[in-house]
Design a protein around this ligand. Structure first.
Ligand code: MN3
Length: 206
């Protein structure tokens, strides 16, 4: 394979921390499967699907946006794998072992849009827990600058619809089942209290 072709493939990005960094909320075992198997497979499948198509050579974000609008039958599979690849990278960065309370601009934005952190957590938690089946819960910046909470099903992602996500929680069962089994509410509560990367949210706000 020529070098330019090899360069055009979508790479699996590195995890921003060690696999055991988010324990005990998310165990190394969960991260090992979630990143090493689920995320890696979305990337591998995407590269297989785009080979020889007009999507080859585009950035991951470009593939997500273009395939979302593509009516071709093959495009749905490309969208699902591209969006899952993008969402997972965004998800890893939405978490940090040093989660806690927001500060600075993001603290002010949360207060302005939700009242306070407790109100935000309650609303986000209800959305994440209430997402039926597989999907994602997002903190999104609207066109007017106000922050809102959205959920998407399966692979769907705000960037396919012109949205600006700040944070995401993965509420597919594979994100928490090994650690929490069916107790999604307990996982979401711990996630909000201990793992949210507010610096990442603030960076996305700017
Ligand atoms: Mn996942």
């Amino acid at each position: 394979m020529p070098l330019d072709k090899a360069k055009a493939t979508i790479a699996l990005p590195k995890l921003p921390y060690a696999e055991d960094a988010l324990a005990p909320v998310i165990s190394a075992n969960t991260i090992s499967f979630h990143y090493g198997k689920h995320h890696a497979t979305y990337v591998k499948t995407l590269n297989e699907l785009i080979a020889g198509t007009p999507y080859e050579g585009k950035s991951l974000e470009e593939i997500v946006v273009a395939s979302a609008k593509d009516k071709d039958a093959a495009a749905k599979k490309i969208f699902n794998n591209a969006a899952q690849a993008w969402n997972h990278d965004f998800y890893w960065h939405s978490m940090t072992p040093k989660g806690g309370a927001p500060a600075g601009k993001i603290k002010d934005a949360i207060a302005k849009s939700f009242g306070d952190l407790a109100a935000f957590k309650k609303q986000f938690g209800q959305a994440a827990v209430g997402q039926f089946g597989s999907g994602w819960a997002w903190l999104v910046k609207g066109k007017d600058g106000a922050l809102t909470i959205e959920t998407t099903s399966n692979a769907d992602t705000p960037i396919a619809h012109g949205g600006t996500p700040l944070l995401v929680a993965d509420v597919w069962e594979h994100a928490y089942y090994l650690d929490y089994q069916n107790r999604r509410p307990d996982h979401v509560t711990a996630w909000l209290d201990k793992l949210v990367n507010w610096s990442f949210a603030e960076k996305n706000l700017n």
